[in-house]
Design a protein around this ligand. Structure first.
Ligand SMILES: Nc1ncnc2c1ncn2[C@@H]1O[C@H](COP(=O)(O)OP(=O)(O)OP(=O)(O)O)[C@@H](O)[C@H]1O
Length: 338
């Protein structure tokens, strides 16, 4: 459904000079440097898949979305979405996609939500019956009824986002591009938006490409994840694959019947990263999965100490992804764990 092949995007950036004189010089200078925002990027997203597209600030996410939604042409490479080249046949193409930019609304500020939707119906040429069916579905799953007749300027951030999401889906697009759809929203509205996206995908098999800095969005919504860094792809696979490759540690929290302070024999073993006394009878052990035989470790501790309870904790997605960026976790690829 979405195919990206060797995509590059370069921007010309005016050369900057230091100081006040420099600022003046920069203003009139015709010298520029080239900024490569996307660098030989290739990936695929299949029909009905929901892919999370993540990267640090400035990694190139928005630039990719702009190219994929037809707003920008790449410098090199090619992409197709639903069989079309986005920036070549924009008018026909826009009827096939929905786009939501979390920091920008596509609704008309002074119009009530209802009228904004009617204008979009005309723009996208959606037949009346189809439109009304679609509208009922979106009003229901996004809980829009309570502010349907309110002017957009009077909506809260969360209401505006829900209305924007509905607006992007009125013409039943095959692909939905979401750029930070939960930015600035409270936890309840975030959850509503996530559930709605999942429902839309389930009911209409819409393909979703989602960029976000909130990794809970990814964990809850996506079945595929693409990680980019400085314009280059550094991971492409399922969430489980990401965890298998990069979640190299595990922590077990033990509760003992009595005060157990040291576990010196455990602490000294290969692959044990940390043994911490949380309370007098509670100890947590963090270790490298690759170096420690987990069942053996458990057997050993349960055999020697009176364990009343234990909880196994895997690293959170946030921690895993942070490790990928900082290269702290590429233990299996030859470097060492810091
Ligand atoms: N129009 C432009 N002119 C010059 N440089 C640009 C332009 N647009 C983006 N860039 C640069 O390209 C790089 C990628 O920017 P982009 O906005 O795609 O990143 P991003 O991953 O979306 O970041 P963020 O998470 O902060 O939104 C950045 O270094 C940015 O400064």
């Amino acid at each position: 459904m979405i195919t990206v092949e060797h995509l590059c995007k370069e921007f010309k950036v005016n050369k900057k000079y230091e100081g006040l004189g420099g600022t003046f010089k920069s203003f009139f200078s015709r010298e520029y440097t080239i900024k490569r925002a996307i660098d030989d990027l290739s990936f695929n997203v299949g029909r009905g898949e929901m892919a999370g597209y993540i990267g640090l600030n400035g990694a190139g996410k928005s630039t990719t979305i702009k190219i994929l939604s037809g707003l920008m042409e790449p410098t090199q490479g090619i992409c197709t979405v639903n069989g079309m080249i986005p920036y070549r046949e924009r008018k026909r193409y826009t009827k096939n996609i929905g786009v939501v930019f979390g920091n920008r609304s596509q609704l008309w500020w002074d119009l009530p939500v209802s009228e904004s939707f009617s204008v979009l119906q005309k723009i996208y040429e959606v037949p009346k019956e189809e439109f009304s069916e679609r509208l009922d579905f979106l009003i229901e799953i996004l809980g829009i009824k309570e502010f349907y007749l309110t002017p957009v300027r009077n909506l809260s951030l969360g209401q505006k986002m829900r209305a924007d999401l509905a607006a992007s889906m009125l013409h039943n697009p095959a692909v939905l591009f979401l750029d930070e759809p939960t930015i600035g929203l409270d936890i309840i509205v975030k959850e509503k938006i996530r559930q709605a996206i999942k429902k839309i995908n389930k009911e209409t098999n819409t393909t979703v490409l989602l960029t976000t800095h909130d990794l809970d969005d990814i964990e809850e919504i996506c079945n595929k994840i693409i990680v980019i860094d400085k314009g280059k792809k550094i991971f492409d696979g399922s969430l489980d694959e990401l965890k298998n490759v990069y979640a190299i540690t595990r922590t077990v929290h033990f509760e003992f019947k009595e005060e157990t302070t040291c576990l010196i024999d455990i602490r000294e073993r290969n692959g044990i990263l940390n043994v911490e006394n949380e309370e007098k009878n509670r100890i947590s052990i963090k270790f490298l999965k690759k170096e420690v035989d987990f069942p053996e470790l458990m057997q050993d501790i349960v055999g020697k100490y009176d364990v009343t309870d234990f909880i196994v904790e895997e690293p959170k997605l946030e921690e895993i992804v942070k490790g990928i960026y900082t290269k702290d976790c590429v233990y299996e690829r030859g470097n060492s764990y810091k």
